[in-house]
Design a protein around this ligand. Structure first.
Ligand SMILES: C[S@@+](CC[C@H](N)C(=O)[O-])C[C@H]1O[C@@H](n2cnc3c(N)ncnc32)[C@H](O)[C@@H]1O
Length: 422
């Protein structure tokens, strides 16, 4: 396909995402099935255009003075890809399979429009209704924080120290030019170009042998900040597919016990294969039963209960730009209630002096600082602390926890609080 035809396809797919409220992966897959002639390079390039348009939807529409899918895609080429009016006119040529030729107004906007004077939620590309929440978290930095959250994320890997060290893993992955991540002691980073497909990391010998796992550096740091130690008794209460569990297991060097569970057995299922590959031998997976008795025997026995809580996922918008425009206020209320319930449940599993490490991939105070303040008000025998002092100098620290963001630490957004029983 020509670059112009890819652009036309991206406009068509964005139309289906916006007008039919279709999830982006679903719309991209549907288009691929209906256009079998498109090769994998075409599909990756079109996916890159669609995701970049979603990332910069509000600011691109503002530049173009219209919020149609065509305007958003054209504006994105200027805003995200740095193309000038001339280059965009060559793509939108009006030729066969190409988008219609630029109107005079479109051309004028692509040549001259800017974001000067745009409100924070436009310059930061986040939903208008979240502006108060962003202001609470970031004050007058919210446009910059939002813009960083709208950027493309790299591919981060965590080196599994049960099997390899960073040098060895990097040498095995040399073709992909991995770089050491700035903060995590286990991280390797692979930069992704806009049109490049993510490398098939699952097919790399380093992955197959369990030397590396895919994990954002922010998620690695959240695990690091748990302070899990060899010999401890630890419970990962929201283990999901096991991203944090695997990191904790490596920190514990196969000594002590790590229990992993989750409310949803389908989410938990992939953990078994991942644990086998990792060489972790001190992890017991407790699959949920219909009546929740699977971890009753752990009451009062844990040094550490990790809660990687269900949350709005606002911190992961770099990876899932579709989600930010689909999020609704009711989802935040629901998550806040679930988080409070899980925090209260965790208390019973601690031994005296034990700690809860509460993690979200949210940037919203309701799920972070306010959630911790609520917990402390209900449980006066706990204190809160922000972990990781000196590890990540740019991160925002508060009495309740530490907040990592794409803008300050170059990671996904993560909040971590250590709640210690006194
Ligand atoms: C952020 S995800 C966990 C991600 C995982 N820890 C990782 O690092 O890959 C949150 C998880 O919490 C689970 N969850 C939601 N409500 C829960 C509850 N009440 N108790 C336990 N787990 C719950 C969800 O099924 C989901 O897998």
């Amino acid at each position: 396909m020509t670059p112009s035809a890819r652009l036309e396809a991206a406009i068509e797919i964005l139309t289906s995402i916006i007008s039919e409220r279709r999830p982006a992966p679903d719309a991209l897959k549907g288009w691929g099935q209906a256009h079998r002639f498109a090769g994998s390079g075409d599909r990756a390039a079109i996916g890159g255009l669609v995701y970049d348009a979603l990332r910069r939807k509000a600011s691109s529409a503002y530049l173009m003075g219209a919020d149609t899918p065509r305007a958003v895609v054209l504006g994105m080429l200027k805003r995200e890809r740095g193309l000038d009016g001339e280059a965009i006119a060559r793509l939108a040529s009006g030729g066969q399979y190409a988008p219609a030729a630029l109107s005079d107004d479109e051309r004028a906007r692509l040549d001259g429009a800017s974001l000067d004077g745009a409100p924070a939620h436009i310059a930061g590309d986040y939903p208008d209704w979240l502006d108060d929440a962003f202001a609470q978290s970031f004050g007058d930095q919210r446009a910059e924080e939002g813009a960083a959250l709208a950027s493309r994320a790299p591919l981060d890997l965590r080196v599994n120290t049960l099997k390899a060290d960073r040098e060895k893993a990097a040498a095995m992955l040399a073709d992909l030019k991995p770089e050491v991540t700035p903060w995590s002691p286990w991280g390797l980073r692979i930069a992704l170009a806009a049109d490049a497909k993510a490398p098939p990391i699952h097919a790399e010998p380093a992955f197959i042998k369990g030397f590396v796992e895919v994990q954002d550096e922010g998620s690695q740091l959240a695990a690091l900040f748990s302070g899990a130690k060899p010999g401890e008794q630890a419970l990962d209460l929201c283990a999901g597919a096991g991203g944090k569990t695997l990191a904790l297991a490596a920190m514990m060097e196969n000594k002590g016990q790590l229990f992993a569970t989750d409310d949803d057995k389908r989410r938990l299922a992939p953990i078994h294969e991942r644990l086998t590959r990792s060489g972790a031998r001190n992890v017991q997976v407790r699959t949920p039963k219909s009546v929740h008795t699977e971890i009753d025997d752990l009451q009062g026995r844990m040094d550490l209960v990790l809660i990687d809580a269900p949350c709005t996922g606002t911190g992961a918008w770099r990876r899932n730009p579709d989600a930010k425009w689909r999020m609704r206020p009711g989802a935040l209320e629901q998550r806040v209630k679930e988080q409070a319930d899980i925090l209260d449940r965790a208390v019973g599993f601690l031994k005296p002096g034990g700690r809860i490490v509460y993690i979200t991939c949210s940037l919203l105070d309701a799920e972070n600082g306010a959630q911790v303040r609520g917990f402390l008000a209900r449980h006066t025998d706990f204190t809160a602390a922000a972990p990781g002092e000196g590890v990540v100098p740019g991160a925002r620290r508060s009495a309740e926890g530490v907040l990592l963001t794409p803008q300050t630490t170059g990671t996904d957004g993560f909040f971590v609080s250590v709640l210690r029983h006194s």
